[in-house]
Design a protein around this ligand. Structure first.
Ligand code: HEM
Length: 310
């Protein structure tokens, strides 16, 4: 197979399921992305500011939440000390049988401005693993597709968090919310641990076993709940809406829309959930970010396969 430094012309949800399988092998019954993870439970308390400014049932009342923390990638035995993205997914159980879902990463940006750039990067990684391409090919690809390089650069220049609950998680994509005056406002979210970030030292990274995050989580929760503030950054005219490889300027107005409190971990309550972030409640809508859009069919294929034991 010829290695191309151009991103492919097209990328389908099935292309991703295929390349995840190539990169990580077949693991029947588990998620095709973020295969390794742990469930948690808790509650969400909206802030008075969120209730005053945004017209959505997401902020009507306190709500139970079901969460899953995970390692990026399709390997259920992933090394948790690696400089790799981690995920946090939350389902909010709202009144009147409504639900809202979010799923973010520990990196502020994604590895590509569109699915094609990300797919090209994964294909080069696979070609390298097969001995059919070299790191020079990868470098040439990233020079031709600089947006696909940003997430990797960020990961190389930041130590991973010491615990699942001591990291910031970024929603990355743009969503819209309805203001109480009826206008639409574009926003991006971040979950910020109230106790702050703690990072692995390079020494710990070398010595830790492959799996330590689920244990650290259950030990942490023995000391009491862990809390996150949920920050919504509001767009200004001209901010990139549909490009998840670009972050917005830090000075944008940011609202603390509420507190997520995590009380328990373990069990299987999150296993049968498809945390598709396009499944939003009333008063919230999705942007046309093509990476956000392709997540629905990719998650649905993965969900269907794992429910069938494939
Ligand atoms: C082309 C882009 C992407 C593809 C093809 C993709 C694919 C997948 C797949 C197949 C799953 C497993 C779903 C399941 O079986 O329930 C998954 C899980 C996940 N993805 Fe993505 N993803 C993409 C982009 C992103 C982005 C941009 C983020 C964060 C902003 C993200 C965060 C997550 C998280 C946190 C999970 C784990 C959810 C859980 O715990 O169930 N993904 N992804």
């Amino acid at each position: 197979q010829q290695v191309s430094i151009q991103a492919p012309q097209s990328a389908t949800a099935n292309d991703f399921i295929e390349v995840f399988k190539q990169l990580s092998g077949e693991h029947p019954g588990v998620r095709k992305g973020h295969a390794k993870g742990v469930c948690a439970l808790g509650s969400f308390e909206p802030s008075a500011t969120a209730q005053a400014r945004f017209d959505t049932p997401l902020f009507s009342d306190q709500a139970p939440i079901t969460l899953r923390f995970s390692m990026g990638g399709g390997n259920p035995n992933a090394d948790e000390a690696a400089n790799a993205p981690r995920g946090m997914a939350v389902m909010f159980d709202l009144d009147n049988n409504r639900q809202h879902k979010i799923a973010g990463l520990t990196t502020p940006m994604f590895a590509g401005k569109n699915p094609e750039q990300f797919l090209g990067l994964l294909r080069i990684n696979y070609a390298i693993a097969q001995g059919e391409a070299t790191s020079a090919d990868r470098k040439a690809y990233l020079e031709a597709n600089p947006e696909a390089a940003r997430q990797g650069e960020w990961l190389q220049s930041h130590q991973p968090a010491a615990e699942y609950t001591s990291a910031n998680y970024f929603g990355i994509h743009t969503f819209y919310t309805t203001l109480t005056n009826g206008e639409l406002q574009a926003f991006r979210w971040t979950l910020v641990p109230k106790a702050g970030e703690t990072l692995l030292t390079e020494q710990e990274q070398k010595n830790l076993p492959k799996s330590f995050l689920a244990k650290r989580l259950s030990e942490r929760l023995k000391d009491g709940p862990v809390e996150y503030e949920w920050h919504w950054q509001l767009a200004k005219e001209g901010d990139p809406i549909n490009d998840p490889s670009q972050v917005w300027p830090k000075d944008r107005e940011t609202i603390n829309v509420g507190t997520l409190k995590i009380t328990e971990s373990g069990g299987e309550s999150c296993t049968p959930i498809n945390f598709d972030p396009n499944q939003v409640t009333d008063g919230i809508s999705t942007s046309q970010d093509p990476v956000l859009q392709i997540r629905s069919p990719a998650y649905a294929i993965s969900y269907g396969k794992r429910l069938q034991g494939q």
